[in-house]
Design a protein around this ligand. Structure first.
Ligand SMILES: Cc1cc2nc3c(=O)[nH]c(=O)nc-3n(C[C@H](O)[C@H](O)[C@H](O)COP(=O)(O)O)c2cc1C
Length: 277
């Protein structure tokens, strides 16, 4: 009985508290999940959190993510929203000073108003969830001055936003990052205090479109080595650029040529032998 517990019973109380935590963990792990994506429970500060695993590797999610501007009229499981928010929480932040808030918007009227305040991007209102990412910019300024306010705050929010988009992709959700909005209107719609800044709005939902991959710059175009004009010669290809893709193609071609040459050599020998006999 915890009531009136004697001093020497403290370890016993701790023991039961531990057992309870263990059973909560077991329950969290055994609980069937609402969607088909496999989850595991991991423990942070002794709280069980559900995380998706094995749904997609990181690089796949990076490549598969597309800006989705057409959504199905279908709610997304709350578990998935929470997982995306956790992904945002785990983003790298300057000095580990988390100066953001995620405002989760579900109400249809509010989503409609947000879409309107985003320069009339009405496609947004069909997404069942909006996440308004706001920063407490002053908090960062206190630590890092103007650089904190002007630069790190944006970096923090952008890192969190990208994590959210990637988690959404891995969960099979569509998402979009919206940066065009009237800040004062968004603040009004979401009842935000004056000291916060709205950084971006993320839409989440089931995609009702499969947009093609937009043109992305080639790796040779966007990389330099050691300095602005620096190019490296990929040792195997001798081509004046760096590309694992090209290297792979060259390797495969070399192997095919070697195989072909071996076959031709064998055939020639057989022909010579045939003539000799
Ligand atoms: C800072 C930023 C602001 C953006 N603002 C908008 C926006 O207001 N409306 C929109 O439809 N897409 C917006 N986007 C999405 C881009 O248009 C999109 O990422 C880009 O066209 C590349 O397509 P992808 O995301 O499918 O690779 C924004 C993206 C970023 C990073």
């Amino acid at each position: 009985m915890l009531h009136g517990a004697r001093l020497d019973s403290a370890p016993r109380v701790q023991h039961w508290a531990r057992r309870l935590t263990c059973s909560a963990r077991r329950a969290a792990m055994a609980k069937p999940f609402t969607n088909s994506i496999p989850h595991v429970a991991i423990f942070i500060n002794d709280h069980p959190y559900k995380y998706f695993v094995g749904s997609m590797d990181a690089f796949q999610a990076i490549v598969k993510r597309r800006t989705i501007r057409k959504y199905k009229q279908k709610d997304i499981p709350w578990d998935n929203v929470v997982t995306c928010l956790h992904a945002g929480r785990f983003a790298p932040v300057a000095g580990n000073v988390f100066n953001m808030r995620f405002i989760i918007v579900k109400a249809e009227a509010q989503r409609k108003a947000i879409a309107e305040a985003c320069m009339e991007q009405y496609w947004m209102q069909d997404a069942p969830i909006h996440i308004v990412v706001v920063s407490e910019t002053l908090k960062m300024e206190r630590y890092y001055g103007q650089k904190g306010a002007r630069v790190y705050t944006l970096h923090n929010c952008a890192a969190a936003a990208e994590n959210i988009l990637l988690a959404a992709t891995a969960l099979g959700l569509g998402s979009a990052w919206v940066g065009a909005f009237d800040e004062e209107k968004i603040k009004d719609i979401c009842n935000l205090p004056g000291m916060v800044d709205v950084q971006m709005i993320i839409t989440l939902g089931y995609a009702d479109e499969h947009p093609p991959v937009p043109l992305k710059r080639s790796i040779e175009d966007i990389c330099n080595f050691g300095g602005w004009h620096g190019r490296v010669e990929y040792p195997k290809t001798g081509i004046n650029m760096w590309s694992p893709y090209v290297a792979r193609i060259v390797d495969e071609t070399k192997k095919a040529v070697k195989k072909g040459a071996k076959k031709a050599h064998q055939k020639a020998r057989e022909m010579v032998k045939g003539k000799g006999s």
